[in-house]
Ligand binder design. Structure first.
Ligand SMILES: NC(=O)c1ccc[n+]([C@@H]2O[C@H](COP(=O)([O-])OP(=O)(O)OC[C@H]3O[C@@H](n4cnc5c(N)ncnc54)[C@H](OP(=O)(O)O)[C@@H]3O)[C@@H](O)[C@H]2O)c1
Length: 269
C-alpha cells in the first residue's frame, strides 16, 4: 500500500518503536492518529513530525474499557482509518514465580486482550482497502525462559493475526503480523540489556525496526520476522522444537542469573 495520504492509528506512539514508526510513517506522507497515555509526550512528538497540523493525538489507557471506548468514538476517528497499527505493549522479564499477579495480568491485557478488543471495535471504521498491523515479537514463536507471560501474550497475537487475516479474506482488509527481535527501547530493563550482552544477542535500533515495518506495510507482507538468527530459530522451533530446547538449555544459567537474581545471591552465600 502506498502510505502517502493514508490515515493511520498508531497505538503506543510515545514508546521507542512507536515514536520511530511515527517519524517514518509521517515522512512517507501519512496522516497519523498518535495514541499513548501521556498527552504532553504525544503533543511533543506531533510537533516534531513533518506537517504537524495534519496529525492528531489520542490519549487512552487501553486496559480500561471506558477509555478504549472513548478512543474508538473520538470525533477524529469518525471518518475512519486506512491502517490500524497495534503497537502498544509491555513486558516483564523475570521467572514466573517472581512475577506478581498484576504484572502477569498487565502483559496479557495490554499485549493481547486490548488489541483484540480495539481491533473488533475499529473494524467498522477501517476503510477498504485497509491494513491491520499487529506488532508481535520473535517471542511470539519462540518460548524463552524469563518471558513466560510475555511469550503467552505474543503467541496469542500471532494466532489472532493469522486467524483474523483468514477470516477477512476477500474483505479488502489484510492483517499483517510484524515481529521485531530485541530492540533498544525502555521496554527492556537494564537486566535484559546486560543479559543480551552476556549472551551476545543482537539488538536493533527503533529506527531500523520502523524502516522494516514501513517496508512490510508497503509490501503488505503478511508475516515478517526480523533478524538473523532469530528468523532461523522461529522456523526451527516450529519444525524441530527439541533442537531449540537443547540450544536454549545451554543459555539457561546465564538467563537465570539475570531473570532470577535473588536465587543466585542466595546460592552464592
Ligand atoms: N523493544 C523490544 O525489544 C521489542 C521486541 C519485540 C517486540 N516489541 C514490541 O514492540 C511494541 C512496542 O514496544 P517498545 O519497545 O516501543 O515499548 P515502549 O518503548 O515501552 O513503549 C510502549 C508503548 O506502549 C504504551 N502503553 C503502555 N501501557 C499502556 C496502556 N496501559 N495503555 C495504552 N498504552 C500503553 C506506552 O505509552 P506511555 O508512553 O503512555 O507509557 C508506549 O507508548 C510492543 O508491542 C512490544 O511488545 C518490542
Amino acid at each position: 500500500m502506498n502510505l502517502d495520504g493514508k490515515r493511520i492509528l498508531l497505538t503506543g506512539a510515545s514508546g521507542g518503536i512507536g515514536e520511530a514508526l511515527a517519524h517514518a510513517l509521517a515522512s512517507h506522507g501519512a496522516t497519523l492518529l498518535l495514541h499513548g497515555r501521556k498527552s504532553a509526550a504525544l503533543e511533543a512528538l506531533r510537533q516534531q513530525l513533518p506537517n504537524p497540523e495534519r496529525h492528531h493525538c489520542l490519549c487512552a489507557d487501553l486496559c480500561h474499557p471506558q477509555e478504549r471506548r472513548q478512543l474508538v468514538n473520538a470525533p477524529v476517528l469518525a471518518d475512519g482509518v486506512d491502517i490500524l497499527i497495534n503497537n502498544a505493549g509491555t513486558n516483564q522479564f523475570a521467572w514466573l514465580e517472581d512475577q506478581t499477579e498484576e504484572q502477569i495480568t498487565a502483559q496479557i491485557e495490554l499485549n493481547t486482550l486490548a488489541p483484540i478488543l480495539l481491533t473488533r471495535a475499529l473494524l467498522p471504521k477501517l476503510r477498504t482497502p485497509g491494513l491491520i498491523m499487529n506488532i508481535g515479537s520473535s517471542f511470539g514463536a519462540i518460548g524463552y525462559a524469563g518471558y513466560s507471560a510475555y511469550c503467552a501474550s505474543k503467541f496469542a497475537m500471532r494466532g489472532f493475526s493469522e486467524a483474523l487475516g483468514r477470516e477477512l479474506e476477500g474483505s479488502g482488509i489484510k492483517v499483517l503480523h510484524f515481529a521485531p527481535r530485541a530492540t533498544r527501547t525502555h521496554l527492556n530493563s537494564p537486566d535484559v540489556y546486560a543479559m543480551n550482552v552476556a549472551l551476545g544477542t543482537q539488538t536493533d535500533s527503533p529506527d531500523e525496526v520502523a524502516e522494516w515495518a514501513v517496508a512490510s506495510l508497503e509490501r503488505e507482507q503478511i508475516r515478517t520476522w526480523i533478524g538473523w538468527p532469530e528468523k532461523l530459530f522461529v522456523r526451527l522451533n516450529a519444525l524441530l522444537p527439541g533442537l531449540v530446547d537443547r540450544a536454549l538449555a545451554k543459555q539457561h544459567s546465564i538467563i537465570s542469573r539475570f531473570a532470577h537474581p535473588l536465587a543466585h545471591k542466595e546460592g552464592s552465600q
